[in-house]
Ligand binder design. Sequence first.
Ligand SMILES: [Zn+2]
Length: 158
Amino acid sequence: MAYRQIRIDGDEVLRKKSRQVEKIDEKILTLIEDMADTMYKADGVGLAAPQIGILKRVVTIDVGEGLIGMINPVILEQRGEQDGPEGCLSLPGTTGDVKRPMYVKAKYTNPAGETVIVEAEELFARCICHELDHLDGVLYKDRAHKMYTQDELDNMKQ
Ligand SMILES: [Zn+2]
């Protein structure tokens, strides 16, 4: 188990494009383990490698159905629309409304080296879009049509 430091908005690594993983070696497997540990510790549902300063196309996701480690993920199809609040471990204390597809079909390589096709809806679909954006240096605030102030968030919690 190893926790890595989560990079915060303003860190230029979050704005860079990540590189394809050419080979799944010990280093990549350790990266995925560390990302999972870091994600769970921070109470997140997803984490992308650039968020811990590694510019590789790797994300971890757990929306409550178990851990998924995605290597070189790509979105193949998307449909519909959902509009709702989103946050990010790299933008602590912020929330914004982002429109995302309701359904996403994605392809990735799992840690065992197998190609996996996944169909995702609702939160899972939102999460895939959000994490894949990180691999291209995009943050959710770039796509948000409304960002909430801390006052507004406090009011919503009441
Ligand atoms: Zn994020």
